[in-house]
Design a protein around this ligand. Structure first.
Ligand code: C5P
Length: 218
């Protein structure tokens, strides 16, 4: 019989990149494909949870039985997350732009004969950290971390810094962006679990099973 162990739970998933406009034609963004987050949203929904998938612009189809909220900027993503609370769990896979333009140019920034323009940036809100410290904090908050060096050490520190329960770390030196496979380590308060290299859909499946166990310990 299908495993519907997450029936009655509401799970928030963020996915994809954010896009921060610099002027009417230019933007700041990144290469996130959304694949891992979409696969997680699908796997969690298959277990019966109500899933709200808050997504930046991606080129992949929405999973079935998932409520998708499309956003563009980090500020919109945070607002959509807060509007979707309460939730039992939040899984933040989005590649949120760390910065946005301090001032959005109302017309196209012109190329001039003198110095190239200086872009003034300001920091974006940290959605994962905000949800981790929220008054309506979900019981389970999960972050992701793309690292290129000292993956596990950095991830352990990041889990504590962000205040999330689990942190899923992956080594992106091998070029995970847009790929089908992923090798991750899951860090929680008890230690580090190294998962083998597998399809992103299998990472999603395994994470969904762990989420289910979190709510219904056997
Ligand atoms: O600090 P770093 O960007 O490496 O952290 C990655 C984790 O934090 C991911 O779970 C990502 O979705 C989340 N994050 C966020 N808001 C930000 C930056 C990162 O939710 N502004």
């Amino acid at each position: 019989a299908p495993d519907r162990s997450l029936t009655g739970k509401h799970v928030l998933v963020t996915a994809g990149p954010t896009v921060e406009a610099l002027d009417p034609v230019r933007f700041l963004s990144n290469h996130s494909s959304g694949k891992q987050g979409y696969a997680i949203a699908a796997a969690i929904a298959e277990k019966g949870a109500k899933v709200t998938l808050i997504s930046g612009p991606v080129k992949i189809p929405a999973p079935k039985s998932v409520h998708v909220v499309q956003v563009s900027t980090a500020q919109e993503m945070l607002a959509a997350c807060e509007a979707a609370l309460p939730a039992d769990a939040a899984i933040c896979t989005a590649a949120v732009s760390d910065w946005r333009a301090k001032e959005l140019a109302s017309s196209k920034i012109k190329k001039s004969s003198d110095e190239p323009p200086t872009l003034r940036l300001v920091e974006n809100p940290d959605i994962l950290a905000t949800l981790s410290h929220h008054q309506k904090r979900p019981s389970l908050v999960v972050g992701f971390a793309a690292e290129t060096d000292d993956v596990v050490e950095n991830a352990i520190a990041k889990r504590l810094r962000k205040g999330c329960d689990w942190l899923v770390a992956n080594d992106v030196r091998v070029g995970v962006f847009g790929a089908e496979r992923n090798q991750v380590s899951l860090i929680d308060s008890t230690g580090v679990e190294m998962w083998p290299d597998m399809e992103k859909t299998d990472v999603a499946q395994r994470l969904a099973e762990r989420v289910s166990k979190f709510f219904i310990p056997s």
